[in-house]
Structure formats: structure tokens, C-alpha cells
Write a protein that binds this ligand. Structure first.
Ligand code: NAP
Ligand code: GCO
Length: 266
């Protein structure tokens, strides 16, 4: 048997939250191409319909749900329906997330709370709904989408950094608490990836110049480029497959070397 079979997801059921587009879509696409049955969710009917068409255009039969990951009853109903239609979830990717870029002292409490709700509390909600099925099956893979902000801070992203830092520790705690049930929980930490979430940081300036932040990230990345969602496909397959059965509580940074690099000398 080829060693590459360890990376196969054949016959597995994967739920990728927030996978209508962006990083979640790329991870779900990768899982489908590795053999998994795919379920995903988002909040918007328009995004759902567009995503179903986009998956179909790639030959992927994805099952989509309108489900806000912060609503526990709706999440439990979605997980139950997936179990009844596709099978008990083997792989969960807590991908759904938002960011608000506001100086902390200008940020309303409600804005801070919304980011924490979606980026930290929701991974708790969804993992809590999925783990009992994994325990019953005797295996499971949970991948939490962390961030450079799981390790670093920067101006205007206090809520997001707090959430993603917390998500790193939630990852380690799930790994610790459920490792004995053959459930591995790891994080994937993308660097700066070209998606709608980071589009404002890459907008061309009125004079046609690149955005200052765009130039900043290029100077902080040894690869001298933004990442693409496709850059996450291989690492995500690894963390979801048998090839990572003894990897647990690890945050796999996929950042082109940002965290290793002091930055290009001026
Ligand atoms: P994105 O393009 O903004 O996509 C976010 C997805 O999450 C959308 O499908 C959105 O769909 C869904 N979503 C948001 N809130 C939701 C909720 N409450 N319930 C259900 N779905 C929800 O973001 P992205 O860049 O792909 O990022 C995906 C994940 O990677 C996020 O956790 C982000 O923090 C993380 N990340 C991104 C980068 C980057 O550079 N892009 C780097 C590191 C980590 P609806 O709006 O239709 O609900
Ligand atoms: C920002 C960016 C980052 C990325 C990502 C980096 O405003 O700094 O949006 O937070 O989204 O999380 O890993």
C-alpha cells in the first residue's frame, strides 16, 4: 500500500464552517479532492447559493447550510442533519471568522464581543456539538483556523488577537482533554492570505500605489508574497488525515516564514 494513502480522506465526512468562499472554500475543496464528503455553512443565502454553484463547477457535491455558528441550537441541528444525511462528522474545521479593525479605545463593547463570539466562542460551540459523535466513532480530527494574531499583536485588531490567542489555547485544551479518545485537535495558522477578509489591506491607492500595509507584509514575508487559499490545502489535508494521528495540540503556521523573520532591512 502506498504511503500516500495515509493522506487520503476517502470515506470521511468533513464539516468546514464558513466555507462559502475564502480559506474555508479552499480547505473544503482540498478535502473533497482527497475523497471526503463535504458539508459547509455560512449566514447568507446569496453566499450559500453562489458557493454551491462554485463547488459544483469543480465537480464537488457539497452539502450547504445556512447556520450562524454562534447559535448553539442551530449548530446542533446542523450537526444532527449532517449525521443523518452524510454520516457522523470525522473532520471539523472551525474556519468561520470575522475581523474588526478598530483602535481598541474606539471599539464598542458590542463590537469586541461580536468578534469574540464568532472567532472564539463559536469554535467551542461547534466542537462541543461534534466531539460526542467522534468519541462514539473512536476517532476525530478538529482543525481550528488560528492566525498570526495567535502569536502577535498589531494596532486595531485587539478583539481578533484576543480571540485567536484564545483559540490557540482552546486547541491545546481540546487536544489534552480528548486525545485519549483518538481525537486530534490542531490549529492551522495562515499568514497573510489574499481573501475578501484582507482585501481592504491590499486595495490600490488613489495614485495607483500599492496599499502601505500590502508593502509592509511583503517586507515581513521571506516568500515576498501574500499567501493564497490554495497554499493551505496541503497542510489542511495533512492535519485531517491519518498521516497526523500522533500530532496533537500543534499550531501549524502556514505563513511563508513571517513568524521566523525580523523583516527586510530598509
Ligand atoms: P472571509 O473571506 O471573510 O470568509 C469568512 C467566512 O466565514 C465566510 O464564508 C462567511 O460567510 C463565514 N462566516 C462569518 N461569520 C460567520 C458566522 N457567524 N456563522 C457562519 N459563517 C460565518 O475570511 P477568510 O480570509 O477566508 O478567513 C477564514 C478564516 O481564516 C477566519 O477564521 C480568519 O480569521 C482566518 N484567517 C484568515 C487569514 C487571512 O489572511 N485571510 C489569515 C489567518 C487566519 P457569511 O458572511 O455568509 O456568513
Ligand atoms: C489583519 C489581517 C490579519 C489576517 C490574519 C493574519 O488585519 O492583520 O486581517 O489578521 O487576517 O489573521 O494571520
Amino acid at each position: 500500500m502506498s504511503i500516500l494513502n495515509k493522506f487520503s480522506l476517502e470515506g470521511k465526512v468533513a464539516l468546514v464552517t464558513g466555507a462559502a468562499y475564502g480559506i474555508g472554500f479552499a480547505i473544503a475543496e482540498a478535502y473533497a479532492k482527497a475523497g471526503a464528503k463535504i458539508a459547509f455553512n455560512c449566514r447568507s443565502e446569496e453566499h450559500l447559493q453562489q458557493a454551491l454553484a462554485d463547488y459544483a463547477a469543480k465537480g464537488i457535491e457539497a452539502k450547504g447550510y445556512i447556520c450562524d455558528v454562534t447559535k448553539e441550537d442551530d449548530v446542533r441541528a446542523m450537526v444532527k442533519d449532517i449525521a443523518e444525511t452524510l454520516g457522523t462528522i470525522d473532520i471539523l474545521v472551525n474556519n468561520a471568522g470575522i475581523i474588526k479593525r478598530i483602535p481598541m479605545t474606539d471599539m464598542a463593547l458590542s463590537e469586541f464581543e461580536q468578534v469574540i463570539d464568532i472567532d472564539l466562542i463559536a469554535p467551542f460551540i461547534v466542537s462541543k456539538a461534534v466531539i460526542p459523535g467522534m468519541m462514539e466513532k473512536g476517532h476525530g480530527k478538529i482543525i481550528n483556523v488560528c492566525s498570526m494574531m495567535s502569536e502577535l499583536g498589531r494596532e486595531t485588531v485587539s478583539a481578533y488577537a484576543a480571540a485567536k490567542g484564545g483559540l490557540k489555547m482552546l486547541t491545546k485544551n481540546i487536544a489534552s482533554e480528548y486525545g485519549a479518545y483518538n481525537i486530534q485537535c490542531n490549529g492551522i495558522g495562515p499568514g497573510y492570505i489574499a481573501t475578501p477578509q484582507t482585501a481592504p489591506l491590499r486595495e490600490l491607492q488613489a495614485d495607483g500605489e500599492r496599499h502601505p500595509f500590502d508593502k509592509f507584509i511583503i517586507s515581513k514575508t521571506p516568500a515576498e508574497r501574500w499567501g493564497n487559499p490554495e497554499d493551505l490545502m496541503g497542510p489542511a489535508i495533512f492535519l485531517a488525515s491519518d498521516a497526523s494521528d500522533f500530532v496533537n495540540g500543534h499550531i501549524l503556521y502556514v505563513d511563508g516564514g513571517i513568524l521566523a523573520y525580523i523583516g527586510k532591512q530598509p
